[in-house]
Design a binder for this molecule. Structure first.
Ligand code: GAP
Length: 513
């Protein structure tokens, strides 16, 4: 079973204790909403990126990759709409001096209503046992219906206020719901105002506004402005896609929940260029393909869901999130957006350069439409960690263990090689030979710094799917015990077959088929 909500703190502590994630600049008490990945964290993150890249670029003839710079010409952000419209509604609490996103305060109120509904459902399920019909209960129970009705009403008001940019209405909702500052409990709020999320910096050789540069808030624009360079140099025909993994920066107001919402983060984005009019077909195609990508990792279907956007971003004509059930509830993990010809059209207009494609079948020029898939690498990391971290009893021992049941293809270390005794030269020699052989194929680790039991616990905690123990029998028979992280089964296998057995389980190709 994955982590319940009250164990989220445990996940954060585990991430630090075992070298996955550290607070940035911790010696100076940290920098809020900025994090560093430790030795195991960087391996897991690289594996997530590799899975995405291989499934997008390696497995599609018509998708190619790029790596664009973080800095772009400032006009890029004028054309894309980010200078004028990439805003969040901000509200300050006059007593605590804390700053919040008005929409997030309202969403958190709605989350509480959902939690109340779930509590009623859980209570009834317990009471009625096997006879319980959740759908009937949800549609007939008075209390649940009341919560649902209130939830629906707030959702509609919020969507209308956000779409219309109605800041006064956002404040009114907060007042009507009597939402208090989560930290101080005060209801003494300022008016709501817009806050642009882009970080800016200054070119050294140009003073003033002309030298103002932005740190990109999404990687997508590097793809749009390179659309013709890529199309011409790769001779791709529409439909085709461009994929990119890279850093993005947003001056988030509400930067809580660990690596869920960061100020510096990494995106994995793919822009798929299509004929105008084909957007619905490709939007559905990528929705399904991206859900399949998540499910292939073994994430239970009940932990993932589609959520249509209530208010569309300035560039989209349709948008859906793939939400994952994080320990703090269902939240956005990935977005699939039908961006029409908004971006290419806007860059064409502001730059004065044609960004059109000549379609040889139709014998006509047009500005392509775009369907994009956009997933935060850090959010995917958090989803995988929160799904994987389990505390369970070790059968027959009376002890518990913390184990990270990561998919073997994503695990930072694939196999640990452990000599039964560290002072026994021949055991250590053979263990080192096995280690040096396996490291040619996988990320492996040699460890002889404790008792076997302790070494197993440590490997469980970092998610290593296999442990090889070298014992006295290994010296003559050239066999070792191979321990499976999840089943705890140990089998005796020939040293010569280790590589093949491990490869079968950890190879990423099983995820790509
Ligand atoms: N190009 C489209 C775009 O950027 P988005 O919904 O704003 O769309 C896409 O972001 C994904 O990037 C999100 O689904 C999320 O996974 C990730 N993301 C966005 N803001 C983030 C933040 N502050 N911290 C971590 N990940 C973030």
């Amino acid at each position: 079973m994955a982590l319940p909500i009250d164990q989220f703190k445990k996940l954060i502590a585990h991430s630090k204790e075992y070298g996955f994630i550290f607070q940035s600049s911790e010696v100076y008490d940290g920098l809020s909403a900025v994090y560093d990945y430790g030795p195991y964290g960087v391996e897991l993150k690289n594996n997530i990126k590799e899975y995405w890249w291989r499934s997008m670029v390696q497995m599609h003839d018509n998708i190619v990759g790029i790596d664009a710079a973080i800095f772009m010409h400032p006009k890029t952000w004028k054309a894309s709409g980010h200078v004028d419209a990439f805003n969040d509604p901000l509200i300050d609490n006059k007593d605590s001096k804390k700053r919040y996103r008005a929409d997030v305060l309202i969403e958190e109120y709605m989350d509480k209503l959902e939690a109340k509904i779930q509590k009623e459902v859980d209570k009834a399920a317990k009471r009625f046992g096997e006879k319980f019909d959740e759908a009937v209960f949800r549609s007939t129970n008075d209390r649940v219906l009341r919560y649902q009705e209130e939830h629906g009403r707030i959702r509609e008001r919020l969507a209308q206020a956000m779409t219309g940019g109605d800041l006064a209405e956002l404040k009114q909702i907060i007042e009507d719901l009597e939402i208090a500052d989560p930290e101080s409990g005060s209801r003494n709020w300022t008016d709501v105002r817009q806050f642009n999320l882009m970080f800016s910096t200054q070119l050294g050789n140009i003073a003033g506004e002309d030298g103002k540069l932005y740190l990109r808030p999404e990687t997508a624009q590097g793809i749009f402005v390179n659309f013709l360079n890529v199309q011409k140099t790769t001779r791709q025909k529409i439909p085709f896609g461009i994929a990119q993994i890279g850093k993005a920066f947003r001056n988030e107001i509400t930067a809580r929940q660990f690596i869920f919402r960061m100020r510096e983060f990494e995106q994995m984005e793919m822009q798929f260029f299509i004929r105008p009019g084909d957007q619905k077909k490709w939007y559905e195609h990528w929705k399904e393909a991206r859900m399949k990508w998540h499910l292939a990792l073994g994430t239970p279907a009940g932990k993932l869901r589609f959520h249509d956007h209530d208010n569309l971003a300035h560039y989209a004509d349709a948008a859906v999130d793939i939400q994952f059930e994080f320990p703090f509830g269902f939240k956005e993990l990935e977005g699939i957006h039908s961006r029409t010809d908004f971006d290419l059209g806007a860059h064409q207009e502001l730059s004065g350069k044609k960004l059109q494609y000549f379609d040889p079948e139709l014998q006509e020029n047009y500005v392509p439409y775009v369907v994009e898939t956009s997933i935060g690498c850090d959010r995917m990391f958090l989803a995988m960690m929160s799904e994987a971290l389990v505390e369970e009893e070790v059968p027959g021992s009376g002890n518990t263990r913390e184990v990270l049941k990561l998919h073997p293809a994503l695990a930072p270390i694939k196999c640990a090689i452990l000599p039964l005794k560290r002072n026994e030269g021949r055991l250590v020699g053979l263990a080192n030979d096995i280690f040096n052989d396996l490291r040619l194929s996988f990320q492996v680790q040699y460890d002889d710094t404790g008792s076997i039991g302790k070494l197993y616990r440590r490997q469980d905690a970092i998610g290593t799917p296999f442990c090889v123990t070298v014992d006295f029998e290994s010296l003559d028979g050239h066999t070792v015990t191979l321990r499976d992280r999840d089943t705890l089964e140990q089998e005796r296998v020939p040293v010569a077959r280790l590589e093949e057995i491990i490869r079968k389980r950890v190879d990423m190709k099983h995820l790509l088929i």
